[in-house]
Design a protein around this ligand. Structure first.
Ligand SMILES: Cc1cc2nc3c(=O)[nH]c(=O)nc-3n(C[C@H](O)[C@H](O)[C@H](O)COP(=O)(O)OP(=O)(O)OC[C@H]3O[C@@H](n4cnc5c(N)ncnc54)[C@H](O)[C@@H]3O)c2cc1C
Length: 461
């Protein structure tokens, strides 16, 4: 796909006129802040402008203008993506939804109607004010947007029991590359009228359209969680305990940290975590009362049966939350060790121990540090490949390790990404995961919605 490289100032003038005052940014210093995401990609393109949309019609104007001028558009929420999905491309307009933050809660219907720039945490807080809960909880929930969550089909800690973003999206409004706005799905819990195009857009990483509104299903707030922490001498025994726990029920969260990530968190947070343990497992039950106690007792027993070094549990919600904070802080803590390439592979539950051990072998082979954390109950792991960006050889070894971890997951019957998306970082491995026929059909679908290929080119497929 070739784009009109030199659009000239008059084309941007016509866009500025179609938008509210101040919506179009062309100052290079301001634009610089919209080029990268949190993937630690070394390169990103240079946008010609950023549009901070305030409503659906701003998005429509921007996309009509971009289609007329063949200008690539990179949709952007909060820029916390880890797969390079919102990295700018040369000559693009970055369409930022950061100003679209409205949230309306409808308690009788158990729904939230949300503009895409609202942060996940803002939706949770608004729902909570009505005794309701929006479950999907990426570790980045305080800093990532609902639009980004929908576009990546974000997961998180409680997904093992409550499902991922798509399970909560009842309806979306989405603007196509030609400026048409579609409403897909709606406000009903059940709806099988026509193909479920809404699900096609969830996880499409800004390549099919821009999400301008999401109608999200809410649940009643669960009882306070009971939290279990277990340490193991090695990840193999932790992996076996995870298999047992997953087979016997549905914890509200089941998270693993390996020794390197435990040590990184301890160095940053001084929480008294056991630095010499080979693995740390966190489990939660929010079943309430005796049922929660029973579920946690079963988790404790599974850990003890696999020779856990130490097992403790607490029904004090804030104490339990401190342990979950340790897990959520793992990425920032490991980032203190160097630049990090964040993996996101998934494997069937019985393959977890083999995956984690295999990652250790990759680290040895590639002479690089890899800290592994993961949503163990989903089999979704984030090996964090640490490297020194100023050392060319270290960069080469880290990139090799990044690829080898994906190859390992595929060999174990798994996937190259469980929740972060393909973005630009994982494109080279996508065909290996889904096959050539699926790739061809995916491209055909893309061309129906975005025939000029202006939406987030070079990402996701
Ligand atoms: C410390 C840390 C922890 C994290 N933990 C998790 C985790 O536990 N689980 C998880 O799933 N992710 C996690 N992430 C990754 C990231 O937060 C999620 O992918 C999140 O959904 C991205 O939201 P965003 O608003 O930052 O999107 P961005 O990074 O801005 O964009 C992500 C993708 O969505 C597209 N996009 C954004 N908004 C729209 C829109 N309105 N319409 C169409 N396309 C759009 C972009 O083009 C891009 O392809 C973590 C990130 C960090 C930094």
């Amino acid at each position: 796909m070739t784009f009109a490289g030199d659009m000239g100032g008059s084309a941007l003038d016509s866009l500025a006129k179609a938008l509210p005052p101040g919506a179009l940014l062309t100052d290079p210093d301001l634009i610089e802040g919209y080029r990268f995401d949190r993937s630690n990609a070394a390169h990103a393109g240079k946008p010609v402008a950023v549009v901070r949309t305030t409503c659906t019609s701003d998005v429509q104007e921007t996309l009509r203008w971009a289609s007329a001028n063949r200008i690539p558009v990179v949709p952007r929420g909060a820029g916390t993506g880890l797969a390079g999905g919102s990295l700018a491309v040369d000559g693009c307009v970055v369409l930022s939804t950061e100003k679209m933050r409205a949230i309306t809660i409808d308690p009788p219907a158990g729904l939230a109607v949300v503009q895409p720039g609202a942060l996940n945490a803002e939706v949770k807080a608004s729902a909570r004010a009505h005794g309701l809960w929006y479950p999907p909880d990426p570790s980045s929930f305080e800093i990532c947007s609902i639009g980004g969550n929908v576009a990546t089909n974000a997961g998180g800690l409680c997904c093992v029991k409550y499902g991922v973003t798509t399970d909560y999206v009842l309806g979306i409004e989405v603007v196509l590359a030609d400026g048409r706005a579609l409403r897909l799905g709606g406000r009903t819990i059940k709806d099988v009228a026509g193909y479920d195009l809404k699900r096609l857009f969830v996880g499409s990483e800004g390549t099919l359209g821009v999400v301008t509104e999401a109608t999200l299903r809410l649940r009643p707030l669960p009882p306070p969680a009971v939290t279990m922490v277990a340490t193991f001498a090695d990840v193999g025994s932790a992996g076996r305990a995870i298999s047992t726990i997953a087979a016997q029920g549905r914890p509200a969260a089941l998270e693993l940290m390996d020794q390197t990530s435990v040590q990184a968190v301890e160095a940053r947070m001084h929480m008294g975590l056991e630095k010499q343990c080979g693995a740390l497992l966190l489990g939660q039950s929010d079943a309430g009362g005796d049922r929660a106690a029973g579920e946690v007792e079963a988790m404790v027993a599974a850990c003890q049966a696999e020779g856990a070094l130490d097992v403790a549990w607490t029904d004090d919600e804030s104490e339990g939350e401190q342990f979950m904070v340790a897990r959520r802080m793992a990425i920032p803590a490991v980032e203190a060790l160097g630049t990090v390439l964040i993996e996101d592979v998934g494997v069937p539950i019985p393959q977890i121990a083999e995956l984690v051990r295999g990652v250790e072998r990759v680290a040895d082979r590639c002479e690089t540090t890899i800290a592994t954390i993961g949503h163990a109950g989903d089999g979704n792991f984030h090996p964090l490949v640490v490297f020194d960006r100023s050392d060319e050889r270290a960069v080469e070894r880290a990139e090799r390790a990044f690829g080898e971890v994906m190859e390992l997951a595929l060999a174990l019957g798994g996937t190259i990404t469980g929740e972060h998306g393909v973005g630009s970082l994982k494109r080279p491995w996508l065909a290996q995961r889904v096959g050539d026929d699926v790739m061809a059909i995916t491209r055909q679908i893309k061309s129906i919605f975005d025939p000029l290929g202006i939406l987030n080119p070079g990402k996701a497929l």
